[in-house]
Design a protein around this ligand. Structure first.
Ligand code: DAH
Length: 338
């Protein structure tokens, strides 16, 4: 019996299964319903009880050898079939498309990088905000027009809204940390505007905030000049015009010398030689106090800019809608670093 089993094991090993007809014969011969393995199990009843266990194990192992030889070879044939019938190995490989960063991401990353170099960290806040963080803590009077339905997308009556600016993140940072604070907050903001080449219902801003003892308007000016030169080149100049924001006092709007005509005058700068790029000012003491920072001890400056606006100047893109249409012919043109 044992000799016989050894011989069967050898037969399994040597059986030629090099084509699928042979493989089928192999299956029938060893594993079929009238095959050898089945017959072996049938003989088990004649084996004396004390040998049953050993012989039974040997038969199991023979069965496994046959099954494994069969399935390995079957898989080989199946793979060959796929290669033979469905794959054209002579076809050129498909080009991997690497893609490129969105122009707004490129500009945002560049802004972050410029401010990182002078010690500003990055902080973020939620796009769904409450009235306190978006308006009240920022010294907006209750009847301020920006709170109006016409500008703000409210989610819950008069309290929860999509943030209208990233200044809301200032409030969160001030509430949660102690000065010195030096941070920028990039993010998406929403306003209820009709979509056109010059306006959109969502866009992106970067907010800047610096709070410490003795921070002055001169610090603000120098930081903004540094920023303009890093972004637009050594020749860039800035000018500040008095303005008004509820959360800063005094406030200013900042222009840079026109990057398109080198300040000679063109239709982009409306022949003034200057382009408006951001709003800024000294953080209003009311805002500091509302956020838990002692306005007698600390002062600070803040600024806010639109990323689309900067991108428009850098890339000379004049239609805001292009940024969110996902047209690859537009997006493909922006392949630089970052
Ligand atoms: N939050 C203002 C806006 O959305 C921009 C701004 C202006 C931010 C002056 C500031 C600032 O921090 O000081 O138009």
């Amino acid at each position: 019996m044992l000799d016989n089993l050894e011989k069967i094991a050898l037969d399994i090993k040597q059986f030629d299964v090099s084509n699928s007809a042979n493989l089928e014969n192999f299956r029938i011969h060893f594993l079929g319903s009238k095959g050898i393995v089945k017959a072996l199990y049938a003989t088990l009843k004649d084996v004396p009880n004390e040998n049953k266990r050993e012989v039974g194990q040997l038969i199991n192992s023979i069965k496994e050898q046959a099954e494994s030889k069969f399935s390995i070879q079957k898989e080989i044939f199946e793979n060959q079939e796929v290669i033979g019938n469905k794959l054209d190995l002579t076809r050129p490989a498909q080009d991997e498309s690497i893609g490129s960063r969105h122009p707004l991401s490129l500009v945002r990353n560049e802004i972050i990088d410029i401010f990182n170099r002078i010690g500003f960290s990055v902080s973020e806040g939620p796009e769904i905000e409450d009235d306190w963080h978006n308006f009240s803590a920022l010294n907006f009077p209750p009847e301020h027009p920006a709170r109006d339905m016409q500008d703000t997308f409210f989610i819950e009556k008069n309290d929860i809204a999509l943030r209208t600016h990233t200044s809301s993140v200032q409030v969160r940072v001030m509430e949660n940390s102690t000065p010195p604070i030096r941070t920028i907050s990039p993010g998406r903001v929403y306003r209820n505007e009709a979509i056109s080449a010059r306006a959109h219902c969502f866009f992106h801003q970067v907010e800047g905030l610096y709070i410490d003892k003795g921070v002055s308007f001169a610090d603000l000016k120098q930081t903004l000049l540094y920023f303009a030169k890093e972004l637009f080149g050594e020749k860039a100049q800035i000018r500040l015009r008095p303005s008004y924001f509820p959360f800063t006092e005094p406030s200013a709007e900042v222009d840079i010398s026109c990057t398109i005509c080198n300040s000679k005058g063109c239709n982009v700068c409306k022949y003034t030689g200057w382009l408006e790029i951001l709003g800024c000012g000294m953080v209003d003491p009311n805002v500091l106090d509302a956020c838990g920072i002692d306005s007698k001890e600390y002062t600070g400056y803040a600024f806010g800019m639109g990323i689309e606006r900067i991108a428009q100047l850098k890339y000379k893109v004049n239609d805001l809608r292009l940024y969110s249409e996902n047209d690859v012919r537009f997006l493909k043109q922006f392949t630089s670093g970052f």
